[in-house]
Design a protein around this ligand. Structure first.
Ligand SMILES: [Zn+2]
Length: 176
């Protein structure tokens, strides 16, 4: 009785996605895109650079047929993803439960398959994941094409996920 479990063993962290709503222009420049052609090249490049500094100078690109990423209406998708993630967080959910919450409510959003896929690509597991290694230059694990397309369309805010370590016993984040 009254025996406190000892924590002499090393903690094996459990990793969970931490969802965050961020300004698209504050995200790292997606600079490791190799294809398709509509996503690369000096003109596209310069436009994205300017977009990040003085967004009002660059016209917003409307959805167009060149590729999946540019075909999506990311303004609509990001708005829906932000709404779902905030609702889930307000309901006290975190980690992959936010993903489950969004999936369960997708059919109620009145979207077609196409838009649903885009919302999933933001709000669910496998979403945009900037690297957050301390001191490292900003880069991406996942989602460069999605960020590039949102920059091209002038989307203001979107959802990203950072995988962070938690203590599986206490559920508290582990500071590294
Ligand atoms: Zn394209």
């Amino acid at each position: 009785m009254g025996h406190m479990p000892e924590r002499s063993e090393p903690i094996h962290p459990a990793y969970e996605p931490v969802y965050e709503v961020v300004k698209v222009v504050r995200l790292p420049v997606p600079n490791e895109i190799r294809e398709p052609d509509c996503m690369i090249g000096p003109k596209v490049w310069v436009r994205r650079r300017i977009r990040r500094l003085v967004p009002w100078l660059v016209p917003r690109q409307a959805p167009r047929a060149c590729c999946w990423h540019h075909q999506v209406d990311w303004r609509q998708a990001a708005e829906a993803a932000i709404r779902l993630v905030r609702q889930a967080q307000a309901a006290g959910l975190r980690g992959e439960r936010i993903s489950d919450y969004a999936i369960e409510r997708l059919d109620d959003q009145g979207f077609g398959d196409w838009e649903q896929d885009a919302v999933l690509a933001l709000a669910c597991t496998g979403g945009i994941e900037p690297s957050t290694e301390p001191g490292a230059e900003w880069r991406y694990f996942e989602g460069q094409h999605r960020v590039a397309a949102q920059l091209d369309q002038g989307v203001r805010q979107t959802v990203v996920q950072r995988w962070e370590p938690f203590d599986p016993v206490t559920g508290l984040p582990i500071r590294q």
